[in-house]
Design a protein. Structure first.
Length: 118
């Protein structure tokens, strides 16, 4: 059973924008908000060259990496063809306008230890 950690209010994430979440280990997590108020969370690293996805342009349910314009699906973290690769995705829960992430995923997913095991 997941233990959920409150991160912020949904209103703290700009529409068509992102907010970064620092962690004890590993790269930051980016939380994205779409125009239709859906919220997604990905490791804040493009699978191509590690660009900061939180600084990219959100459109539809995708984000464009600010370094080389790769399109990354927010729901899966997968790059759009012809590009390939994937960044780690994190479970998100919305409750009464608050955004929660799974504490276990925050502690382990996409950390340097996790990346070394891949």
């Amino acid at each position: 059973m997941a233990t959920w950690t409150r991160i912020c209010r949904m209103a703290d994430i700009p529409a068509l924008g992102a907010r970064r979440v620092a962690r004890a280990a590993g790269p930051e997590v980016a939380i994205f908000r779409t125009a239709d108020d859906q919220v997604f969370a990905l490791l804040d690293r493009c699978p191509h060259k590690g660009g900061p996805l939180s600084q990219g342009i959100v459109f539809g349910h995708s984000v464009a990496c600010p370094l080389h314009n790769w399109t990354i699906a927010l729901a899966s973290g997968a790059a759009q063809a012809p590009d390939h690769g994937c960044t780690a995705r994190f479970a998100v829960r919305l409750e009464h306008g608050d955004v929660f992430l799974d504490a276990d995923e925050l502690a382990t997913r996409g950390t340097f230890v996790d990346l070394a095991a891949a």
